[in-house]
Design a protein around this ligand. Structure first.
Ligand code: ADP
Ligand code: FRU
Length: 311
């Protein structure tokens, strides 16, 4: 099945292959408060706005992919409790397939408290997962891989994700699937580097790069390039500076950021960039065009609250 979408990068009409993009990772509940000024400890203020939003990197990737017109599926653990059903209903409202998710009746949905500073759109996240288990290899190897063209793994629960990716590589009943991974959370243990050599496309978040002591996109690309497989693409978004990438032939390319008139909400900017870049790469676009489109759509996202109107 195919459909036509407008490419924001080049204003071209392009054919979209509807082969599904699968995003493996976390879904959580974000409770967001928009504050006039970033609060001092032990202070008391009224917020300007608040809302509940479905969050989590892979979940946000799906929100954006679905808006861009991609057929996408989320795979991860979900809570059947009332707070968890907010997350499930919102996935459904966005047309994201949940067919293979693992539901837990007795576990709490992971949650984030997020402060958005209205002065500059910065987001400060405090995240917790009380008891929802991570996705295991046994949950993953039930999938019918022939449904997918691309599988993206949020970098978490690394030993299990290594098994999942190796299983995908061993699968031989159709054209090889593209694998992308994300190194993003600075708190993640450094075994996360084990997934680099297994991926066709490696995304390295700025927070993770800085946590590793890599002070620029060039340093991050060089360090990850030492570990990646030959011909892998390495993509490094860098906040308001835009993004850089190493192409399969080793060429380095960059995109500027596309700042909106006012930056109001940077929550999920990286997730938006990643989803858009994966979408463009999955359509066969060049790495340079893909990261440019990623920066354009992420630029639009930081100019508005939430993820509406990105298509
Ligand atoms: P994360 O959400 O993981 O911290 P980043 O801050 O690196 O992600 O941002 C990802 C992408 O979002 C950047 O590559 C850029 O294109 C866009 N972006 C982020 N902040 C801004 C900003 N202030 N102005 C314009 N674009 C931005
Ligand atoms: C943004 C985000 C939020 C979530 C947090 C999880 O990238 O996915 O939606 O609360 O990170 O760490």
């Amino acid at each position: 099945m195919a459909s036509t979408v407008r490419d924001a990068g080049e204003s071209l009409e392009v054919k979209v292959d509807k082969s599904r993009i699968l995003c493996v990772g976390l879904a959580c509940l974000d409770f967001i408060q928009v504050v006039r000024d970033y609060p001092a400890e032990d202070s008391d203020q009224r917020s300007l706005d608040h809302k509940w939003q479905r969050g989590g990197n892979a979940a946000n990737n799906c929100t954006v992919l679905s808006q861009l017109g991609a057929s996408c599926e989320f795979l991860g653990p979900l809570s059947s409790k009332p707070t968890g059903s907010f997350v499930v209903e919102d996935f459904k409202a966005h047309g994201v397939c949940l067919d293979n998710c693992v539901f837990y009746d007795d576990c709490e949905v992971p949650a984030s408290s997020v402060l958005i500073n209205s002065q500059n759109g910065s987001r400060t996240i405090v995240h917790s997962n009380l008891n929802l288990p991570e996705l295991s290899f046994e949950d993953f190897n039930k999938l019918d891989l022939s449904q997918y063209s691309w599988i993206h793994f949020e970098g978490r629960n690394i030993p299990e994700v290594v098994k999942m990716i190796n299983w995908v590589h061993a699968w031989d009943k159709g054209p090889p699937l593209k694998i992308s991974v994300e190194l993003e959370k600075p708190r993640v243990d450094t075994r996360i580097l084990d997934i680099v050599e297994l991926a066709d496309v490696v995304f390295v978040g700025k927070d993770f790069a800085e946590f590793m002591g890599w002070k620029s996109t060039a340093e991050a690309i060089a360090a990850v390039g030492e570990l990646s497989k030959p011909g892998a693409t390495i993509v490094v978004p860098w906040g308001a500076s835009g993004a850089a990438a190493r192409c399969p032939d080793g060429t380095l390319v960059e995109s500027p950021a596309f700042p909106p008139e006012e930056v109001v909400d940077t929550l999920g900017a990286g997730d938006t960039f990643l989803a858009t870049t994966v979408f463009a790469l999955s359509l066969g676009k060049s790495v340079a065009d893909s990261i440019t489109l990623g920066c354009q759509i992420a630029g639009a996202k930081v100019g508005a609250f939430g993820y509406q109107g990105l298509d």
